[in-house]
Design a protein around this ligand. Sequence first.
Ligand code: BES
Ligand code: MN
Ligand code: ZN
Length: 519
Amino acid sequence: MKLYRPGWAPASAFSDNDRMPPAVKSQTMACVGGPLSGIETDLVVVPWFEDDAPASVPGLDEASGREIGRALTAKEFQAKPYEWFMTPVSDRQWRARRVALIGAGRRADCGSDLVRKLAISGGVTARQRHVGRVAFVVRGEGAAGDLAQAAAEGLTLSEFNAGTYKTGEPAPAVAPTWTIAILDGARDAATEAVARGRTLGECSNLARELANEPGNTLTPREFAKRAASLASDVGVQVEILDETQIEALGMGLLLGVARGSGEPPRLIVFRYEPPGAPEKPVLGLVGKGITFDTGGISIKPADGMERMKDDMAGGAAVACAMRAIALLGAPIRVIGVVPTTENMPGGRAIKPGDVLKSAEGKTVEVINTDAEGRLILGDGLWYARQLGATHLVDVATLTGACVVALGKIASGLFGTPDAWVQRVRAVADRAGDRVWPMPLFDEYRDQLKSEIADMMNTGGRPAGSITAAMFLKEFSGGLPWVHMDIAGTAWAEEAKPYLPKGPSGVAVRTLAQLAFERF
Ligand code: BES
Ligand code: MN
Ligand code: ZN
């Protein structure tokens, strides 16, 4: 633990060995074919459908000494989603010691999205019971590869542990050794899919780890350092621009937000350029990196303000997606831009009524200093264009209004043209990041009209998430651009079987898989 001295702040309050690892890293995940009797493991987890008969998975009921058939008849187990039924394997020919059925609802409704969630729930349950080796059986409707990938993502996501700074408790149980079991044929395709899912799950967990870090440990400088190393470790070129370089670029919006803080801002820039990649397209990913959002002079109420440590979840998603993109070897060039700063009140902080000049030259009247995300993203979007991006996607915990509109179930999706929005939407649906499209009619722009500058940074209460997106659109330079508002989805307030309380890692998989699309 490092101590603060007045006037001098270290980049972070803790050193690396003060932290517990949030997930056990880089264990391999095996992928094996049937029959189930040959799998050497402590626990076989089998998704079970309401419309299954005891014989639906050949040999399973017999291996349990008919316990499964009995439990189904007695309605002890009804296969409702996430229901759990565990019983020993009595057949000595089997190499597994126990089997668990996990309820999976109706077979027709069980695609890769539910398979991912079942794998998370099954993985968490197995971990809580300190099971050493777990095999998860892939069952569901859809392409075998997609289902296997989703299962690998899910088991990996189940490894996340949010208790980074708990002392006096035993370290969380080591994650089990995972095996993905494929019952029918297609094991070769599945092996590759499992590796992909493992990587995407691990990169999602890294983003969750960053979003979970308190504001005093994850300052802009520390965020930049950690984001840079997780991407450069796998061959992404990373540059961290400091306050002097940010000033030289004329980024008045980012510098304006940073003024109230004792911590200097940073601009994290990622470049992924695989050999032989075409000149175009260039995917430009931009993420909001507010390491803590007090609201600034337009200060937020104290209640729940601690949550604002995750206001860099969009930036974390971009950094971790860059890592996944390099690990998975995407075929196109990708640029990532993450402006990062604290939003603090202070003697030098920006004030309502102040006018800032963006790097692009447009002027902004700051009505509310708590609408800071759109300010830093304005300069970030401009910079991604300067670096040659042809298609833009930004991700941000941008507005409480988006939470009002869509709750904590879906991220808001905004952008233009429609074809680009639909493309991102389709990828997000497959990745298991729930999104829903919102309109950007030109008339909404009127709400941003300023008497003194090119625009205001807020548009009043009506359609708050849309006017925030309209503000960002001003900085998209007419390129295909999509904005994902993850204010409601970045953090789970209530634990679900498939999502513990805390950071969700939203958007990492969508951004990474977008780099494998044709556009
Ligand atoms: N980071 C917040 C948005 C937010 C709110 C994220 C709740 C997660 C949960 C953002 O910077 C903000 O403060 N937005 C303001 C905008 C307003 C002042 C126009 C908001 O939504 O209240
Ligand atoms: Mn704010
Ligand atoms: Zn914010």
